[in-house]
Design a protein. Structure first.
Length: 150
């Protein structure tokens, strides 16, 4: 999700939940994303994942940003939409279970996403997973901004 702010853009990014990312900030944020079952329409999956990780469904048309490959080898297909947070927004994310601490035999539940925020473009470029930077570049090249778009 993005929005126009004056002469620039702001990007809506999420911070992964769980113990591995608890103390990580720069380079750890991401677009909301997930995995699609085989043969599923990927733009439909994008809407579902956004809703599952953030807590509301994208409204309007999605614009394809193509795909990128992350450091671990995961291929991410991405879509963008211009939007705003609902007035009563509180993040609501799916959860996952993990043995924590490791080898303790104890299982804990963590949110997939523990934070979600708007970032001006320059700061978004510092916060986002570096492999996802091309997605911001692609969106930036598609969207015009002007002083009248406030």
């Amino acid at each position: 999700m993005f929005r126009r702010m004056g002469e620039g853009l702001e990007f809506f990014l999420v911070h992964p939940g769980g113990p591995f990312f608890a103390r990580k900030d720069e380079g750890a944020w991401s677009i909301p994303k997930g995995e699609a079952p085989p043969d599923e329409d990927l733009s439909v999956r994008a809407r579902i994942e956004f809703n599952e990780e953030v807590g509301f469904e994208p409204v309007g048309d999605l614009v394809s940003l193509g795909w990128i490959r992350q450091k671990g080898g995961k291929t991410v297909y991405a879509w963008a939409f211009e939007g705003e947070l609902p007035g009563n927004f509180t993040i609501r994310s799916n959860t996952f279970e993990l043995e924590w601490p490791p080898r303790s035999g104890k299982r804990q539940t963590f949110p997939e996403v523990d934070r979600a925020e708007w970032f001006p473009e320059a700061l978004a470029r510092q916060k986002i997973n570096p492999a996802q930077l091309p997605l911001l570049d692609r969106l930036r090249s598609m969207v015009s901004v002007s002083p009248g778009n406030q």
